[in-house]
Design a protein around this ligand. Structure first.
Ligand SMILES: Cc1cc2nc3c(=O)[nH]c(=O)nc-3n(C[C@H](O)[C@H](O)[C@H](O)COP(=O)(O)OP(=O)(O)OC[C@H]3O[C@@H](n4cnc5c(N)ncnc54)[C@H](O)[C@@H]3O)c2cc1C
Length: 544
């Protein structure tokens, strides 16, 4: 007990040294980039700083958790110590190798991460035996113990969702993936019944009003069963809900939120276009004022890309250009709720009486199957005036607000998927024997599993922290983006390491680990592709 407290105290000391040097590097980065205005002149360094700051926050949140959890999570202290050592050790080397680039002096490193006590801590933290010991527990327990949650409501939420995910989603997840099927209506109906679509919708609009941590816990459990056919189903209503709460009129909130919360309507989100991805301010799909059958409204025309779930969705939240002057950039964009009928297949044509058409064709993808992602051709599609959310010219701001919520939720998606991969690998390590013993008895297997468990714990606590921050300050972009950045990388690394532990069987499509790998690959791409998230969201927020 006393030993644990002492180790955590030393880890905390190193974490505060790390914080000091990272803050100095950020300060120098601000000067170098003229308070963020010249980020594009220094992209590699901005990326470096964004990642370092993200990992530093992850260290702090994991240490906070280990202190709070105590013995209630038997792995927490070890994980926090290893992760602190890992990030501090890498930061010391990275900064030490490029002091000038970081704008720092050797003396600052000497006082912080290069100090004798810091070096000793890092050496001890990264001792192979310590990491192997964590991995040995992972093998023995076929995963990691549930992380400690203070709130009873949160613990109950996690358990209830897990029961549902294991009983209803996990048994069909592999079939949906292999046959590229659409998620069955029965799953949507049960998720609606259990209130999963309204977790973060305020009670006055028919939701659960449970806040973002409950939403993350739900997401994690659903994503562990299936990223695409369960965990990601709540991303779209989450994004649209936040956009409506951020800028919808009272009438719009009363009209749409209860139906979204009840799962009566499914939403798709359509921002990306064939030629426009990260540069959202350049969206080209046009919406022009019109009147049809005595109704004021808009005619939408153009092409969209990668609109996930557009076939099944009842509404598409679509970002369109209402001001034809391209020079207006983001200020010329508006957000519409575009109603349509449901279509089950990989292709659909939605025709309106007045001649408007939306044609959708799903693009084939190696993973993230279950909702299909469509390219859309839209021709003079009529949308009533009351479906313009938040007024003309506010679409970009509302969409970004929605994306902040989406990124937070993706932190939960990635953590759930990584946890599933870890558990699959731990099971396999028990079952598979080579050279006369289960592969889980080998030191390297244990070491690898230990590293995975450490990184997942850090991704989880960073995401929970971001959820709590988001509860306090709706629309805050930086912590959710950090959670998304780090957790998605952890999911990619963990799934690939777990696949390797499966040897040749990891490459067999019948094994879920094969699905986990291809599903994870999409995580760093959407909702802000990784480099753009680092530069334009995290880097800009830290340096300006
Ligand atoms: C399976 C899947 C589902 C999706 N679902 C949806 C959805 O439902 N709705 C939706 O609207 N979109 C969706 N997307 C689209 C996704 O959000 C975009 O792919 C993403 O935003 C990146 O845009 P892009 O693909 O056009 O890449 P680009 O913007 O072309 O970026 C490609 C690369 O260029 C480089 N780059 C770009 N800009 C810069 C810069 N300023 N500085 C330095 N480097 C830069 C980076 O290396 C980047 O990775 C989905 C995508 C996929 C793959």
């Amino acid at each position: 007990m006393a030993e644990r407290a002492e180790e955590l105290r030393r880890a905390r000391d190193v974490a505060s040294r790390l914080r000091r040097i990272v803050d100095s590097a950020l300060g120098a980065g601000r000067t170098r980039t003229a308070q963020g205005r010249d980020i594009d002149e220094h992209q590699p360094h901005t990326e470096r700083l964004a990642y370092l700051a993200t990992e530093t926050l992850a260290v702090e949140t994991l240490l906070d958790y280990a202190e709070a959890a105590g013995e209630r999570d038997p792995l927490a202290t070890g994980e926090a110590i290893v992760f602190t050592g890992q990030v501090a050790g890498r930061a010391r080397a990275q900064i030490g190798d490029a002091l000038e680039t970081f704008g720092l002096e050797q003396a600052e490193l000497d006082k912080t991460l290069d100090a004798t006590e810091a070096r000793a801590f890092i050496r001890g933290a990264l001792d192979d035996r310590r990491i192997e010991a964590i991995g040995a527990r992972v093998v023995e327990w076929r995963g990691t113990p549930d992380c400690y949650l203070e709130g009873e409501l949160e613990r109950m939420t996690r358990e209830a969702v897990r029961d549902f995910a294991r009983a209803e989603v996990a048994p069909i997840a592999q079939h949906i993936h292999l046959d590229d099927e659409l998620v069955p209506e029965a799953i949507i109906a049960k998720m609606a019944e259990l209130g999963f679509f309204g977790l973060a919708v305020p009670v006055e609009y028919g939701g659960q009003g449970m806040g973002n941590l409950a939403m993350i816990l739900t997401t994690e459990e659903l994503s562990a069963a299936s990223l695409a056919a369960a965990g990601s189903l709540i991303t779209r209503p989450e994004i649209l809900t936040k956009a409506l709460l951020g800028g919808g009129s009272d009438e719009q909130k009363r009209t749409w939120l209860p139906r979204l919360a009840a799962g009566q309507i499914m939403a798709a989100i359509s921002v990306t276009e064939p030629d426009t991805g990260s540069d959202v301010a350049s969206v080209k799909v046009r919406a022009e004022r019109t009147a049809q059958g005595g109704r004021e409204g808009w005619l939408i025309s153009g092409a969209k890309a990668w609109c996930t779930f557009a076939g099944r969705a009842d509404v598409i939240a679509m970002l369109c250009r209402t001001d034809p002057d391209l020079a207006k950039g983001a200020k010329g964009l508006s957000l519409f709720i575009v109603p349509k009928e449901r279509f089950p297949g990989h292709q659909f044509v939605m025709r309106q009486e007045g001649g408007g058409v939306i044609e959708g064709k799903a693009d084939r993808t190696p993973g993230y199957r279950g909702m299909h992602s469509y390219t859309l051709q839209i021709e003079r599609y009529f949308v009533a005036g009351e479906n313009l959310v938040g007024g003309e010219g506010r679409g970009f701001y509302l969409q970004m607000n929605g994306f902040a919520a989406g990124r937070l939720q993706t932190g939960g998606r990635a953590t759930g998927l990584a946890q599933a991969a870890l558990e699959a690998a731990a099971h396999y390590a028990n079952e598979r024997s080579q050279f006369g013993q289960p592969i889980g008895r080998y030191g390297l297997t244990r070491y690898k599993l230990g590293r995975m468990a450490v990184e997942i714990a850090a991704a989880r606590q960073l995401t929970y922290h971001a959820a709590r921050v988001f509860d306090r300050e709706e629309g805050r972009a930086v912590e959710p983006s950090m959670a998304k950045l780090f957790a998605c990388d952890v999911a990619v690394r963990t799934t690939q390491e777990a696949q390797l532990l499966h040897g040749g069987w990891g490459f067999a499509e019948e094994f879920p680990i094969c699905r986990y790998v291809v599903d994870a690959l999409v995580l760093p791409i959407f909702e802000g592709v990784k480099p753009v998230l680092e530069l334009k969201v995290i880097g800009r927020a830290l340096l300006s």
